[in-house]
Design a protein. Sequence first.
Lengths: 114, 117
Amino acid sequence: AQKITQTQPGMFVQEKEAVTLDCTYDTSDPSYGLFWYKQPSSGEMIFLIYQGSYDQQNATEGRYSLNFQKARKSANLVISASQLGDSAMYFCAMREVSGYALNFGKGTSLLVTP
Amino acid sequence: GAGVSQTPSNKVTEKGKYVELRCDPISGHTALYWYRQSLGQGPEFLIYFQGTGAADDSGLPNDRFFAVRPEGSVSTLKIQRTERGDSAVYLCASSPGGGPMRVETQYFGPGTRLLVL
């Protein structure tokens, strides 16, 4: 069964606007971590933000914030004040504390337009 | 400090040949992971090393794939009798390695793009 679902294959946003990328997950493990990575056309996976399942507050890292809704099993990434350099693939991933592997979604392609 | 490095960045080989892909993790990281990313997909886990030992190789697709990490630092992913379906980007990641009950951020290298003709 798919553990991470990203339902938006592609998204457009205008420069300086905010955008939300959706991610839902499925696990029975009470302890887990959620991650977002950015993959530009160069191919490298760049870590953006992390949310632990027991964290009380939503994670923030600069222009990135994670809208964590545990009961709904969603972990949406919000990018504020989009920049042209934000154009890339974005992957949501989860690691359950009982395992070692990151389980990735299929990704969302974000295009920021001038 | 230096991030995860991988060599070669690109590898073209013929069906049936043997290839080796190298990963040099972040200095001091004891945990090392290999993933494979096919076109249009997210990365898929292959194998995890803690130190020199493969703690979890459940993602290796078959016995043509093998990985080693003899000194607990650099790792080599080895693919025997390559097939066209092995064409993908092979990503390596490392993390500090605090143990199985800690969820650590994994830092990725730039990947090796393997094309099997």
